[in-house]
Design a protein around this ligand. Structure first.
Ligand code: CU
Length: 154
């Protein structure tokens, strides 16, 4: 009788171990692997827009023309180089103004041009000469010192 009881005890112990093993493990956060599609390929970068030198969103491509502000280190004499400029009616001119040691202007009142060129700086201006004529060019700070020129549109 004792043996039977012991046997039942052992059997139930084994059974409970089996049951324990069969129990589902405590729930863990389920790990779900989601396969994502590879990220979309970004569209190609837009082609570089041409340089917008006049800031108006419009790029005028024409004749490159450089005017230097000659001032001999700021001591003078003062002059444009070149002094006399000639263009054709309807011509688009892409000016480059190169400063020297002093502040200068490239001022043509009749054409409403008034560009300021800081000392040592280079600036640009795109301009369309659409009316024939001869126009006075002056540097406002140096007009009395002879820094003048002419623009002829023909
Ligand atoms: Cu000047």
């Amino acid at each position: 009788m004792k043996k039977l009881a012991a046997l039942i005890l052992v059997a139930s112990a084994i059974f409970s171990v089996i049951l324990a093993c069969g129990q589902p493990a405590p729930t863990e956060p389920s790990k779900v692997t989601i396969k994502r599609a590879s990220p979309p390929i970004p569209p190609p970068a837009p082609t570089v827009a041409p340089d917008d030198t006049n800031g108006g969103g419009e790029v005028l491509v024409g004749t490159p023309f450089t005017v230097r502000m000659i001032d001999n280190g700021g001591a003078g004499p003062f002059a444009y180089d070149p002094v006399d400029l000639t263009f054709s009616v309807g011509e688009v001119v892409n000016f480059t103004f190169i400063g020297e040691a002093a502040f200068h202007t490239f001022t043509v009142p009749d054409l409403e041009i008034d560009e300021e060129i800081e000392a040592g700086e280079t600036t640009g201006l795109d301009f369309v000469f659409d009316v024939a004529g001869t126009y006075e060019l002056t540097c406002i700070p140096h007009e009395a010192l002879g820094m003048i020129g002419t623009i002829t549109v023909q």
